[in-house]
Design a protein around this ligand. Structure first.
Ligand SMILES: C=C(CC[C@@H](C)[C@H]1CC[C@H]2C3=CC[C@H]4[C@H](C)[C@@H](O)CC[C@]4(C)[C@H]3CC[C@]12C)C(C)C
Ligand SMILES: C[S@@+](CC[C@H](N)C(=O)[O-])C[C@H]1O[C@@H](n2cnc3c(N)ncnc32)[C@H](O)[C@@H]1O
Length: 391
């Protein structure tokens, strides 16, 4: 059955076009999204600036179908492509590598190992994420009266609107997970979306979900490293990454690679995980919270919010707009994590019982504990304002 909801922001469009010595632009109210960057044309440049503004009274209703669904039951928990007897070993290897994330960044050889350990991480967590969170592996701004499912879908459709996705366009989803965002974006815009993920298990899950949703003709998924993508230069009409590029040891490397495969003038939107200007590395609590987030989320060191625009520019992009979507009027994105505390304990118990009866592989409880712990660090990061997942 379709739901009717109020949407907290409305999109409006405004063009800046600059040719030779003439510049023409119109702007409208407050911007309200993350990083929107455009691939520079050679000499000619026509710039598209999209502005979104929270609507004071003029909210409008929208009719929509269901977007986010849970695809897993506890009894079906696998650990990706890892065989049952290797789960504990893989978890221990992951943990010893990511225990000290800052050290990874100081070593070239460790840096090269990151994609393989990120792959291991997603073998370990993908089913638990789907079971406990849904098919979209990201956070969303929260608004009163809007369910998690709806805010997830709106956050995803917002990306499609920002890059101007429409029928006939080919869009790349960089770090696509099991494809929750891809399906919402393809359904909303009717554009073709190609997702890339380092994790083979996710490719299988995403393809199966695409087929089930009747979107396998517009959505495709490939397995690969976003630092060396298997696509020709100038292939895509638009690009986005949702809470995925934070896994890259050097953000400028993935931005450069995205720039390479985009057509000139195409738009790229990124939702980044960053520390904010409230983070101080001489505050032990801050350091503990951020390291807790990095360890439990396979991150080789979080970047600062104020570095992002410069890094995109270095990669060749022109920054159109930058905004932390977690800032007001959005409410606390971490409430969804906090509200789940009782459910986590129930899940923990369930995982232990399933291991006892030989249904879930040994090692699952450690992975679940790691996620439990990182959820606490993420909530604390949100409460203190030192971290945002949607800059
Ligand atoms: C973008 C990334 C992932 C973001 C989130 C989707 C996940 C971050 C932490 C995850 C979770 C924490 C606690 C789990 C809980 C203990 C379990 O019972 C059910 C699943 C969790 C809620 C799980 C769900 C996904 C997260 C919220 C990173 C990796 C860059
Ligand atoms: C937190 S998930 C987000 C998934 C998806 N964007 C979503 O919101 O549901 C991060 C994704 O980035 C992918 N990823 C991380 N490092 C990668 C790499 N080097 N190459 C390709 N994909 C990568 C992971 O496999 C995973 O699919």
């Amino acid at each position: 059955m379709a739901d009717i909801i109020d949407i907290p922001y409305q999109l409006s469009f405004s063009y800046i076009s600059s040719s030779q010595n003439q510049t023409l632009f119109q702007t409208c109210a407050l911007s309200s999204w993350s990083d929107l960057v455009r691939k520079k044309h050679g000499s000619h440049s026509e710039l598209l600036l999209l502005l979104a503004h929270p609507v004071a009274g003029g909210v409008f209703g929208w009719v929509m179908g269901s977007a986010e669904q849970k695809g897993k039951r506890a009894v079906d928990l696998k650990m990706g492509t890892i065989s049952r007897d290797k789960v504990e070993d893989n978890y221990n290897q992951y943990w010893s590598f990511f225990r000290k994330p800052k050290e990874i960044n100081n070593s070239n050889s460790d840096e090269k190992k990151v994609p393989a350990f990120v792959d291991t991480f997603y073998n370990l967590v993908t089913d638990i994420y789907e079971w406990g969170w849904g098919q979209s592996f990201h956070f969303s701004p929260s608004f009163p009266g809007i369910s998690h499912r709806d805010s997830t879908r709106l956050h995803e459709e917002h990306v499609a609107d920002l890059i101007g996705a429409k029928k006939g366009m080919k869009i790349i989803d960089v770090g696509c997970g099991v494809g929750g965002p891809m399906r919402a974006i393809a359904a909303h815009s009717t554009a073709n979306v190609v997702g890339i993920t380092i994790n083979e298990y996710q490719v299988g899950r995403a393809k199966a979900h695409n087929k089930k949703a009747g979107l396998d003709s517009t959505c495709d998924v490939v397995c690969g490293n976003f630092l060396e993508m298997p696509f020709e230069n100038n292939t895509f009409d638009g690009a986005y990454s949702i809470e995925a590029t934070c896994h890259a040891p050097k953000l400028e490397d993935v931005y450069r690679e995205i720039y390479r495969i985009m057509k000139p003038g195409a738009l790229y939107v990124s939702y980044e995980w960053v520390t904010t200007d409230k983070y101080h590395d001489d505050n032990p609590e801050h350091v503990e919270v951020i390291q807790g987030i990095e360890r439990g989320d396979a991150l080789p060191g979080l970047r600062r919010q104020d570095e992002i625009a410069e890094l995109t520019t270095k990669a060749g992009f022109e920054v159109v707009e930058e905004k932390d979507l977690a800032s007001p009027p959005a409410g606390a994105w971490w409430t969804r994590l906090k509200m789940g505390r009782i459910a986590y304990w129930r899940n923990h118990l369930l995982v232990m019982v399933l291991i006892f009866f030989g249904v879930a592989p040994k090692g699952t409880v450690e992975v679940h504990e790691m996620l439990f712990d990182t959820a606490a660090h993420l909530s604390r990061g949100g409460e203190t304002g030192i971290f945002t997942p949607m800059c």
